[in-house]
Design a protein around this ligand. Structure first.
Ligand code: ZN
Length: 306
């Protein structure tokens, strides 16, 4: 299998997109993805910029439900590809225009502002077709979907096992801290410690208990969400071409926004530049660090062959 997999190759004969156990595991384990950072062994929610934005989850969810998008803002020249497609030459956004009310095309906003870009106007229907073909190229084959699911399920079982341990430790810690609080009060009543020491120590203990309780909440709450999200994302990745062809305007927009940060549109006849995926789908589509034996060992299957 080619190391770079689908990301650099959009031919029909491309090998199966590659994925790696470690990237999925990382998504499950690395709290950075959920915006939780570790500081001195204690996790604090919300400190770093979350890598997987809650809005992305929401968008993907909405897409699954094919929710009615009637409420979306109507623009002067609306087109569902606006916001997703960018100029392959200069990287500016492409905008849409319906010339003389009947010739739909996209043009580079950078060129319009005289940035030196020479991208010509591109026929909107051609671009639409190009994106449909892109989905055909990225859709994961059923065997790959199956393997991804197996890897994910295994990871989740491992995760749950370690969560149970962590949970036990935290509950014990909270009990011990509460015990200390009780003993402090006793010491104060027996005049063994002064009031200011009691206050200071109580405050410290209450903080520690709060942090441990937050960690418990993280353990109890996060796994289901991540599992649900990954399951959905894998399912989508295995079905995206069909789904995209079926979808219309606003739902196509949602799909594009869920899968891609940017799709670069160049001139006709030229090879399409590699798109930028959203972080979630980058995890699924990227083949960095794939280890065959890892894959076979985990999934118990032969690796997919091109
Ligand atoms: Zn341009």
């Amino acid at each position: 299998m080619a190391k770079k997999g689908l990301r650099n190759n959009f031919s029909k004969k491309r090998p199966y997109p590659e994925f790696c156990k470690s990237s999925i595991a990382m998504l499950l384990q690395n709290r950075f993805y959920m915006g939780i950072v570790k500081y001195r062994g204690v996790e604090y929610p919300g400190l770093p910029e979350p890598i997987v934005e809650p809005a992305q989850f929401e968008r993907a969810r909405q897409m699954l439900k094919s929710r009615d998008q009637a409420g979306e803002r109507k623009r002067k020249h609306p087109h569902y590809l606006k916001g997703t497609i960018y100029c392959a030459e200069c990287g500016s956004r492409l905008s849409f225009l319906l010339a003389k009310g009947k010739y739909p095309y996209f043009y580079c906003l950078g060129q319009k502002k005289h940035n030196g870009c020479s991208q010509k106007y591109v026929d909107a229907e051609w671009v639409e077709k190009k994106i449909e073909d892109l989905y055909k190229d990225i859709q994961l084959p059923p065997e790959t979907v199956k393997k991804l699911k197996q890897i994910m399920e295994k990871e989740i079982v491992n995760q749950q096992a370690s969560s149970i341990l962590q949970r036990k430790r935290l509950i014990k810690k909270i009990e011990e801290l509460n015990d200390k609080r009780y003993k402090l009060v006793e010491a104060y009543y027996q005049r063994a410690i002064a009031i200011d020491i009691l206050k200071g120590e109580q405050e410290r203990l209450v903080n520690e208990i709060g942090l441990a309780e937050d960690q418990l909440k993280v353990i109890d709450g996060k796994h289901e969400n991540v599992q649900e999200l990954l399951e959905m994302a894998i399912k989508l990745a295995g079905n995206c071409h069909k789904a995209y062809l079926k979808a219309e305007g606003d739902n196509r927009r949602l799909m594009n926004q869920s899968f891609f940060k940017k799709i670069y549109i160049g001139e006709k006849g030229k090879k399409m530049k590699e798109p930028e995926y959203t972080d979630l789908f980058h995890e699924i589509f990227s083949g960095d660090g794939l280890n065959k034996s890892d894959l076979v060992g985990t999934a118990g299957l032969e690796p997919a062959t091109p």
